[in-house]
Design a binder for this molecule. Structure first.
Ligand SMILES: Nc1ncnc2c1ncn2[C@@H]1O[C@H](COP(=O)(O)OP(=O)(O)OP(=O)(O)O)[C@@H](O)[C@H]1O
Ligand SMILES: O=C(O)C1=C[C@@H](O)[C@@H](O)[C@H](O)C1
Ligand SMILES: [Mg+2]
Length: 169
């Protein structure tokens, strides 16, 4: 079984995924990083040039191919659950863990993370806080449906989150 990490931007899927894979001595792979490598373009440039629909098609291709792996820890992009085929494939081939954080925590991590410019182009025309709140409201039911269980990340560091996941496995 694979372990898939899902959740909104900056809930820690990539950071926790890497650390968890180390602790479980399993290989780690990140869907966003795979997409960038495969297409040789940053996410921000891809979205600026071709739009979100094009990005979602590329993301679907990556998730589909990652679902054929075995025993990997896989960090997904924040919007992977928007495609029901991704959700179906992840549920069939692994355990799906939802990393959660409050809108305030997400906002603060997004504006501080150096990767935001290349990796997290705006999803809406709203200001960042409104975008986060509105998008979380739309996506929370999708994360909920996809996940086997959820972990709150607001008050814990990566190491503590890994330990809490390990307790649940
Ligand atoms: N538990 C945490 N406590 C504090 N900071 C965190 C925590 N988890 C992640 N961060 C910070 O938030 C930022 C984003 O983390 P990360 O890239 O792992 O998120 P992500 O969920 O993979 O985001 P994306 O969906 O955009 O790929 C980084 O600067 C990271 O250090
Ligand atoms: O939340 C989203 O829709 C996204 C999150 C990032 O991980 C990237 O996959 C991309 O910026 C889209
Ligand atoms: Mg990530």
């Amino acid at each position: 079984m694979n372990i898939f990490l899902i959740g909104y931007r900056c809930t820690g899927k990539t950071s926790v995924g890497k650390a968890l894979a180390g602790k479980l001595t399993r290989p780690f792979i990140d869907a966003d990083e795979e997409l960038v490598k495969k297409n040789r373009v940053t996410i921000s440039d891809m979205v600026a040039e071709h739009g979100w629909e094009f990005f979602r098609e590329k993301e679907r291709a990556v998730i589909k191919s990652l679902c054929s792996l075995e025993n990997h820890v896989i960090a997904t992009g924040g919007g992977a659950v928007l495609n029901p085929d991704n959700v179906k494939d992840m549920k069939e081939t692994g355990l799906v863990i939802w990393l959660k954080a409050s809108a305030e925590t997400i906002h603060s991590r997004i504006i501080q993370d150096i990767k935001t410019l290349e990796q997290r182009p705006a999803l809406t025309h709203k200001n960042l806080m409104e975008e986060i709140k509105e998008t979380l409201e739309l996506r929370n039911p999708l994360y909920q449906y996809a996940a086997d269980f959820a972990i709150d990340t607001d008050l814990s560091d990566t190491d503590e989150i890994c330990n809490r996941i390990k307790e649940r496995l």
